[in-house]
Design a protein around this ligand. Structure first.
Ligand code: UTP
Length: 287
């Protein structure tokens, strides 16, 4: 299985991030010195993906612009001899091929993925949720692409969550067929606490086969009246089988304020130029 395309849905309202996301897409809010979605695209590049399909809405064109050239800004930087910054700005434009498709009504994550059908056509593809950050050696999409290629099956990323938080996620159950790899037997979106034994939560990374689109077209609106990706995944898993892979590394949900703030500190601490003064300032604040 060769994965060349990734679909990144970024068309949601971002209500948890208001008022910051009133006029700036939450996927464009900065985590240290880059917008959230740039970390997601960089992870896709590390996994060898060449084409990015953003599922956007009328207010999100700034996301596509971020991955394009900005001739005026580049000319200013060039004239000022700011060659390092010029490279940083141009590198973002040259990262990957960008395509975009509109989700005209926000009917849920599953519906957003379905909107990309004409772009993806008939090849296997990845889906990355545009506000979910994964970081660490060999973490994220690379892990899923490897397992999907080895086993020639659709694969979804999972992480273990505390039993009292299962109601925030899609939860999968299955048989562990290799360390950290499960053959999925069941999947349920946001189950009530205490109603499931499994604590394996679906996080925003998937490698899917194009037959998922038929399942997305068939399913009825689920939780919250939305077309749930989890419902279509459960249907695909029943029909052709699907694996869950325990993801390594750290994850931040940029739509959650605690995670968002921690991600800023995490990426700040990873920059040698900043880490010592950041630690000193944090110590002052925490005392
Ligand atoms: P979320 O549920 O986290 O995003 O969806 P949201 O709906 O934007 O945010 P809140 O809950 O109101 O704060 C995960 C991803 O799926 C996209 C979002 O943009 C986000 O990146 N999404 C969600 C869509 O593209 N379309 C939708 O209809 C829903």
């Amino acid at each position: 299985m060769n994965i060349r395309k990734v679909v990144i849905p970024v068309a949601g309202w971002g209500t948890r991030s208001l008022p910051a996301s009133k006029n700036i897409p939450k996927e464009m809010l900065p985590i240290y010195n880059k917008p959230v979605v740039q970390y997601v695209v960089e992870e896709a590049m590390r996994a060898g993906v060449e084409d990015v399909v953003f599922v956007t809405n009328r207010d999100k064109s700034v996301i596509e612009d971020h991955f394009d050239y900005n001739p005026q800004l580049e000319a200013v930087l060039e004239r000022a001899g700011k060659t390092e910054l010029l490279k940083v700005v141009r590198d973002v434009a040259e990262m990957v091929n960008i395509m975009a498709v509109r989700q005209k009504k926000q009917l849920g994550l599953g519906h957003a993925v379905l909107c990309a059908r004409e772009m993806v056509k008939t090849e296997p593809f990845a889906v990355m949720v545009g506000d979910d950050l994964m970081f660490g050696d060999d973490a994220g999409l690379t892990q899923l692409v490897r397992v999907a290629s080895e086993r020639d099956m659709p694969v979804i990323g999972v992480m273990e969550v505390p039993a009292d938080k299962v109601n925030r996620y899609g939860i999968v159950s299955g048989d562990e067929i290799a360390p950290g790899v499960w053959s999925i037997t069941d999947m349920v979106e946001k189950p009530a606490v205490g109603t499931v034994d499994s604590r394996l939560a679906i996080v925003g990374r998937y490698v899917l086969t194009p037959d998922i689109f038929d399942h997305l077209e068939r399913i009825r609106p689920g939780q919250g009246g939305e077309i749930q990706l989890t419902d279509a995944l459960a249907s695909l898993a029943r029909e052709r089988g699907m694996l869950a892979v325990k993801m390594g590394g750290v994850r931040f949900d940029a739509g959650d304020w605690v995670d968002y703030l921690c991600a800023n500190i995490y990426f700040g601490l990873m920059d040698n130029k900043l880490s010592e003064s950041l630690k000193a300032r944090l110590r002052e604040i925490l005392c």
